[in-house]
Ligand binder design. Structure first.
Ligand SMILES: [Zn+2]
Length: 616
């Protein structure tokens, strides 16, 4: 076993050329454009439409038909943009060594910059018209009424926009507002000296973050893991005061903007765009903290199964058992639609169509982009890029991306272009629900206790990583932001105390703590790059757990209605604020019960894991 390869790395096989892969496993982009010359024609049309839009400046106040004309042209530009961008971008991802295609992709980016300039007049010109006037127009035209939510939401967002002088002043600050993040990125990556050490087992290791993670997930010697943990954290401890100063700069910057725009708190400012009440985050944090018992039970179970006298944070990634099970793509193709049987025959049929329709780019080839995604192209089926390698992780990635793709299919089929895309706040609901249904399917057909343990650990680690850890991070952000709002100092000691306190609050007595965990906050890129963002992973997870509970609920008579509510959520795309859409799907993130649905899910999974281990 190669200790330093990622935990989910495929066996080292020589990479194939794309041309050596059967067409059946490659996407067919002809539904976007048949060839590059058709793309060129569309590119030229898009360019022309962008100029046409610029010429509409100054017309909006003339009446409702002028506003409608501008909104419709904006939709035409949007739809063309999707096709022109994705054709170049998806072709590029097939083989990123191709410079000609890369040049075409960049050509689209340049055109997009032009489009942004050519349409910059639109929002201010619309907002200069009184809302009451625009609402009269919306009432008077069925075609214009389609845009009601988009238009009214623009006015709502206007609440915290300053006058011209204020906005100009704020815009001048943009040149230096990214400085603390840039400095963090340089300190934690470009300038970071990854430690090289000889582990107690005698193996030498250089610990980049990726290699450190891989070591914790594969190295069965606790002494090795402990040594790696110490060496890795020392690199951050060496600059602890610098990290604290940079994070303080991020907090002070955001407090400056929040106050300048008239928000009470930074959380309120962060949630205003999606119209989310701040109580959602408070509820999430409070209920998760109160529901830490199954997490602690899982840690204690791991300690026992792994036969460890002491159990540390660096012991939490090692698999409980190893199996060498392969999941060939052609087999999984049948399992996936069967796994979503609770969502109905029509849903299964649509999923089969995607899987059979050459929308999936399955295998890795020379030059292909890594990772996985689902690309929504309005007017075409969703295209999925995978790097499928027959592992369990690859199957769950497919199930995850399939959830995104089905969301796209249903939203596109039921929404006009303006509402066809959805926000991150709902995006991870169908992807996580799709994974949960797949897990359920696999558990039902698996009798081998070792395989059950692997499946259950996969699911539990998913909840720990995308739910508990993210809520703990959100909790950290809340506490740090509040100190700044109260005018209190932010130092390395203060941040270390918050983080260490949270770690103990969530994991209780189940972990033997190392003083070095105090510094872990310093490494988390989201804290510096996208403050108050990670909570959305957790709210999506909670929403999906609550929906799943309703769909699989007893009594059976209530299930069809729950399925319909869920499908309505997918069909709704971005036609309303995410909280409203979720409420219609039967999910209220302001209620304790919604968050408790994840706690219950984890509790059941840990019980199932205990049973499977018992049987071994
Ligand atoms: Zn996703």
């Amino acid at each position: 076993m190669d200790l330093f390869s990622p935990a989910d790395a495929p066996a080292a096989v020589a990479l194939r050329e794309r041309s050596d892969i059967d067409n059946r496993y490659k996407w067919d982009l002809a539904s976007i454009f048949p060839d590059w010359s058709a793309w060129e024609v569309a590119y030229a049309e898009l360019d022309g439409r962008i100029s046409e839009f610029a010429r509409l400046q100054g017309t909006l106040s003339s009446g409702s038909d002028r506003l409608l004309a501008a909104l419709e042209l904006r939709d035409v530009i949007g739809q063309l943009s999707y096709k022109v961008w994705y054709f170049a971008s998806l072709r590029y991802d097939e083989d990123q060594r191709d410079n000609d295609i890369n040049a075409k992709r960049q050509q689209v980016q340049i055109l997009f910059a032009k489009a942004a300039q050519a349409s910059a007049w639109f929002d201010p010109e619309l907002l200069a018209i009184p809302l009451a006037t625009v609402q009269e127009w919306l009432d008077g035209s069925a075609k214009l009424a389609t845009y009601r939510f988009a238009v009214e939401d623009l006015y709502r967002q206007q609440e915290h926009v300053l006058d011209d002088k204020g906005e100009h002043l704020l815009s001048l600050s943009s040149r230096f507002s990214s400085a603390p993040y840039d400095a963090y990125a340089a300190l934690s990556t470009a300038d970071l000296k990854s430690p090289t050490l000889t582990l107690p087992s005698g193996v030498s290791a250089t610990l980049t973050y990726g290699q450190y993670r891989a070591l914790l997930a594969t190295n069965r010697s606790q002494a090795d893991r402990a040594a790696a943990f110490t060496a890795f954290h020392e690199t951050f401890e060496a600059n602890t005061n610098t990290y604290a100063a940079l994070y303080n700069a991020i907090l002070q910057r955001d407090w400056f903007y929040a106050q300048a725009r008239g928000y009470q708190t930074m959380l309120e400012a962060a949630l205003h765009g999606n119209n989310i009440p701040t109580a959602v985050v408070d509820n999430l944090v409070a209920q998760t903290k109160a529901g830490a018992a199954p997490l602690q039970r899982y840690h204690r179970l791991r300690r026992r199964v792994l036969g460890l006298d002491t159990y540390h944070t660096y012991d939490s990634a090692i698999p409980l058992v190893e199996i060498d099970e392969k999941y060939p793509y052609d087999e999984v193709l049948d399992w996936l639609p069967r796994s979503v049987e609770p969502l109905g025959v029509e849903y299964q049929k649509q999923m089969r169509e995607i899987l059979a329709g050459r929308c999936v780019d399955v295998y890795e080839n020379k030059g292909k982009r890594s990772g996985a995604y689902s690309a929504p192209v309005y007017g075409c089926p969703p295209f999925m890029l995978l790097n499928y390698n027959d592992t369990l992780d690859a199957v769950f990635t497919l199930a995850h991306e399939m959830g995104h793709s089905m969301h796209t299919v249903l939203a596109h089929a039921h929404q006009p272009f303006v509402y066809a895309s959805y926000t991150i706040f709902v995006a991870e609901v169908p992807s996580t629900l799709s994974e949960a249904l797949f897990l359920r399917f696999m558990l039902e057909r698996t009798t081998d206790p070792r395989q059950r343990i692997v499946l259950l650990q996969h699911a539990i680690d998913g909840i720990v990583g995308t739910f508990y850890t993210q809520v703990m991070f959100a909790d950290f952000e809340l506490q740090a932001h509040r100190l700044v709002e109260e005018g209190k100092p932010i130092t390395a000691d203060v941040l270390g105390d918050i983080y260490f306190g949270l770690l103990k609050g969530y994991s209780g007595e189940a972990i033997d703590y190392d003083q070095q965990s105090r510094i872990t906050w310093a490494r988390i890129p989201h804290f510096y790059g996208t403050p108050y963002y990670v909570y959305q992973y957790a709210t999506c997870y909670a929403s999906s757990a609550e929906i799943l509970k309703q769909i699989l609920a007893a009594p059976e008579s209530e299930r069809p209605a729950a399925v319909q509510r869920y499908l309505s959520l997918l069909r709704a795309g971005g036609s309303d604020h995410p909280m409203t859409l979720l409420q219609r799907a039967g999910v209220d993130l302001g209620r304790p019960e919604t968050v408790q649905a994840v706690v219950q899910q984890l509790d059941q999974l840990v019980t199932q894991l205990e049973d499977a281990i018992e049987k071994l």
